[in-house]
Design a protein around this ligand. Structure first.
Ligand code: NAD
Length: 316
């Protein structure tokens, strides 16, 4: 059986990956349950046969030994609050860059050369692209603090791959939603914010008109990542993740249709959000489509229903 290490494995995406990989391999999670992130023990308490090390990687004394025993290492650590990163750029530097470089510096001397390392990057790395389509060769020009650190982290993965012969796949992930996503605090993601407001206040406020986003349901993301781990992955590759390009108002309308008596209203986009608002570009994911066998994605209504049910269980 393969051995899989998931860093940040108690977070939103990491815990869904842990659930999937625990069915086919031996999973170890390292997660410091960092305040303000989506890291929560409840995300992993139902997953059988995992080892959970509740520490930030910087404090794990036998990290070298642990990484040397793995076939797949997934770096799902991070902090996803764009506004939080602007308020506290040093914290963003620590969570979205420093810990990833710390990991790489440990991998360079200890990793089994056949192992695969996965970085979870973001399409936010493209910033506000002047193009209508972004593919993996499009210039990345981030427009916020988080974007800068995500681009830099991916560059460290690329350079370490080249310097030390590490096999790396870096995914550029769109807005993700679904079970295990954060449901408390500020800045919990576009769809999470809409669903919470729809359930608690029976209303959704959409900022601006005609804005579009690229979105993916978390279980579809996990299946795609899993499919890529079945390929032969050498040196460094980056992939845009397949997603649904959709108007924000369309998402709001779908949610209000699924939740009784919920209304949708429109407001001007606040200045602080406008400054870091990416434009309406569509993600080109031909590169990954040409690599992995056909994959099924949930339709929007299905996946929103699962997300709404999850929020209902948590907050009502
Ligand atoms: N959620 C999305 O929509 C989205 C979109 C694009 C990219 N991503 C990327 O995917 C990754 C995971 O995102 P998520 O939504 O699951 O975030 P999350 O906040 O739910 O999970 C991050 C986890 O990392 C842990 N962590 C942070 N620093 C750590 C450290 N030094 N040592 C150990 N654990 C640490 C946290 O405790 C938390 O459990 C991040 O890199 C994020 O940038 C997420």
């Amino acid at each position: 059986m393969k051995k899989i290490l998931i860093l940040g494995g108690a977070g939103f995406i990491g815990s869904q990956l842990a659930d999937k990989f625990s069915k086919i391999g031996i999973v170890t999670i390292i997660d410091g349950l960092v305040d303000g992130t989506g890291g929560r023990v409840e995300n992993i308490c139902d997953i059988k046969n995992i080892t959970f090390i509740e520490e930030c990687i910087e404090n794990v004394s036998d990290l070298s030994k642990i990484v040397s025993e793995q076939d797949i290492i997934i770096d799902s650590m991070g902090w996803t609050s764009h506004l939080g990163a602007i308020s506290d750029p040093m914290l963003d530097l620590r969570l979205n860059l420093h810990s990833h470089l710390y990991l790489l510096d440990c991998l360079k001397d200890n990793l089994n050369k056949n192992s695969l390392v996965i970085n979870l990057g973001s399409i936010g790395q493209y910033g506000s692209s002047i193009f209508n389509f972004v593919d993996e060769s499009t210039q990345m020009l981030p427009i916020d603090i988080q974007g800068i650190n995500k681009v830099s982290a991916e560059n460290y993965f690329r350079v370490y791959s080249n310097l030390y012969g590490i096999n790396v796949v870096s995914f550029r992930i769109p807005n993700c939603y679904g079970e295990h996503q954060p449901y408390t605090g500020e800045d919990i993601g576009l769809i999470g914010g809409f669903v919470r407001s729809a359930l608690l206040n029976k209303k959704i406020e959409v900022y601006g008109h005609e804005r579009k986003r690229n979105i993916i349901y978390v279980k579809d993301l996990v299946d795609i990542i899993y499919n890529v781990t079945l390929l032969t992955n050498n040196s460094f590759q980056s992939y845009n993740i397949p997603c649904n390009h959709i108007g924000i108002q369309e998402i709001a309308k779908q949610i209000s249709y699924l939740i009784d008596q919920c209304t949708v209203s429109f407001k001007n986009i606040p200045e602080n959000i406008k400054k870091i608002d990416v434009n309406n570009y569509k993600v080109d994911f031909t590169k990954i489509d040409n690599k992995i066998p056909r994959y099924e994605m949930h339709n929007l209504e299905q996946s929103l229903n699962f997300t709404i049910q999850y929020f209902r269980d948590k907050i009502i």
